[in-house]
Ligand binder design. Structure first.
Ligand code: SF4
Ligand code: SF4
Length: 189
């Protein structure tokens, strides 16, 4: 996990560089729209291990609440014919359509508009809102860096994600897990 925490530090430095260059945090303080449709997002094993540290540190009643939220998402996904294995080939992009805009589409760890595992959130949550290089694409939240996405050196998400995958393989994991299934599993251990 040491290498993962080094990656997290590197991301933090890159984000701070971009913040300085662009004039601050790009997201409004009351916005959490991007946590609304993430119940099926792909999470790697190394991120999952850090997430577990965050979940374990929460009070029991919050853990129960998060677990119940994850289970409700799973139930709805299953009712539409999706199980953990069917969701992952496209990183959950297709499956999210059946829960999008509903409470079951929300990240289970979003509580009252706040990320309950903020210090332990997955890599994509650390970079979204800033321009990111993802393979050959420049991606960014549609609410931020409007009209100036190409003015700054983007965050190297391709590298961050590759490191996560390499470290996960070293831990013996070959598959990513959809968010709600992972959270349910971590809270059942
Ligand atoms: S882990 Fe936190 S930041 Fe990421 S989607 Fe969930 S609530 Fe949002
Ligand atoms: S990344 Fe976009 S949706 Fe997410 S908090 Fe920032 S402005 Fe809101």
């Amino acid at each position: 996990m040491k290498a993962y925490y080094e990656l997290v530090d590197e991301i933090q430095r890159d984000v701070e560089r971009l913040r300085e260059e662009s004039g601050g945090v790009p997201c409004p303080s009351d916005c959490f729209s991007c946590c609304r449709n993430t119940s099926t997002m792909a999470i790697s094993e190394v991120e999952a291990r850090d997430l577990k540290v965050g979940l374990d540190a929460l009070p029991a009643e919050l853990r129960t609440h998060i677990h119940q939220k994850a289970e409700r998402s799973i139930k709805k996904l299953k009712a539409h014919g999706y199980d953990a294995e069917d969701i992952m080939p496209d990183a959950g992009m297709k499956a999210i359509e059946v829960v999008k805009g509903t409470p079951e589409g929300e990240c289970p760890m979003l509580i009252g508009g706040v990320c309950s595992v903020y210090e332990h959130r997955p890599v994509i949550c650390r970079v979204w809102g800033y321009p990111i290089q993802n393979s050959n694409e420049l991606a960014c939240c549609h609410k931020t860096f409007i009209g100036k996405r190409r003015q700054f050196r983007p965050l190297n998400y391709t590298r961050y994600w590759r490191v996560c995958q390499d470290l996960s393989r070293e831990l013996g994991a070959t598959q990513k897990t959809p968010n709600c299934y992972l959270v349910s599993q971590l809270l059942s251990e």
